[in-house]
Design a protein around this ligand. Structure first.
Ligand code: AMP
Length: 293
């Protein structure tokens, strides 16, 4: 696996791959890799002849009081993980190369970026959209792979790509979970043993919502209340939000009748975790639902 440390070199490498007629897949990450990330690589490996992963902890998507400084970083381990997963090239740019002095151009997908994660983390999605657009410009991949774990993020990226006519197809991959249901996340490393047990409460709340839906409940308030009750029963958990939103706009819905997400953000101690359940009618207008947890 080639390790590429500058934007100029990355552009040259990608240009050469395109000239050879290779199909390029990009997997953007912030490192501290786990099986959620390697699942994205595995999907890219299946669909592309040249797989490029990036590791960049993007300062622009962290708030001033967030964990930018202490975000886990272990490039040596990440490089081994990605090499073993079959990545061809790893892009690890310097922050000063991505954001040189005088940098002042940002992308913001309006509306959806201000809701839920955007409301709790002002400026977060502006940072995400900006860095992802830069990565898509630098690499110009045919396909770019993202996890549904960050459902609002991948929706925003898809809108940006459509609005700005970016020639990359965004591929959304399923959530990878631990055996007890906890969604894999680099931030799980912050949890103490006790908090790690408590963290399963997010998955439990989503399973509860699914059970209510299976029992015929369609009222969003009732589903939200059911999730809230599970979270509130866990002493180490503090709810940020539990909502039922439309899968396209992330605006709240009154009733589940079209594709929706049940979305959760919960503090376990000082660690903020998110998770979601995708709810879809089996066919348009149908009362039967399929779930993606
Ligand atoms: P991050 O390194 O946290 O910025 O995540 C990089 C990519 O991996 C994003 O597209 C995430 O949605 C995806 N990802 C993170 N955790 C998971 C997971 N448990 N399952 C699937 N994808 C994930």
């Amino acid at each position: 696996m080639e390790i590429i440390r500058t934007i100029a070199w990355m552009k040259e490498y990608a240009r050469a791959a395109r000239a050879e007629g290779l199909v390029i897949g990009l997997v953007p990450t912030m490192g501290a890799l786990h099986e959620g990330h390697t699942a994205l690589v595995a999907r890219a490996r299946k669909e592309c002849s040249r797989v490029i992963a990036s590791v960049f902890v993007n300062p622009k998507q962290f708030g001033p009081k967030e964990d930018y400084k202490k975000y886990p970083r272990d490039l040596e381990r990440d490089a081994k993980t990605l090499g073993d997963a079959g990545v061809d090239a790893l892009f690890v740019p310097e922050t000063s190369d991505v954001y040189p002095d005088g940098f002042r151009t940002y992308v913001n997908v309006e509306g959806i970026s201000e809701r839920l994660e955007g409301r709790s983390r002002p400026g977060h999605f502006r940072g995400v959209s900006t860095v992802v657009l830069k990565l898509l410009e630098i690499v110009q991949p045919h396909f770019a792979y993202f996890g549904r774990k960050d459902a609002q993020q991948v929706r925003i990226i898809s809108e940006m790509v459509r609005d700005l006519n970016v020639d990359a197809q965004i591929v959304v991959c399923p959530v990878v979970r631990e055996a007890d249901g906890l969604a894999l996340s680099s931030r799980n490393a912050y949890l103490s043993a006790e908090e790690r047990k408590a963290a399963t409460v997010l998955h439990k709340a989503l399973v509860e919502a699914r059970e209510e839906l299976n029992a015929g409940v369609r009222d969003a308030m009732q589903l939200q209340a059911a999730m809230r009750k599970i979270i509130e029963a866990e002493p180490l958990a503090a709810l940020d939000y539990a909502e039922i939103v439309g899968a396209d706009t992330f605006e709240p819905v009154v009733r589940v009748a079209k594709p929706c997400y049940a979305v959760l953000a919960v503090f376990i101690g000082k660690t903020r975790l998110i998770d979601n359940l995708l709810i879809e009618p089996t066919s348009t207008g149908s009362e039967d639902l399929v779930f993606h947890l």
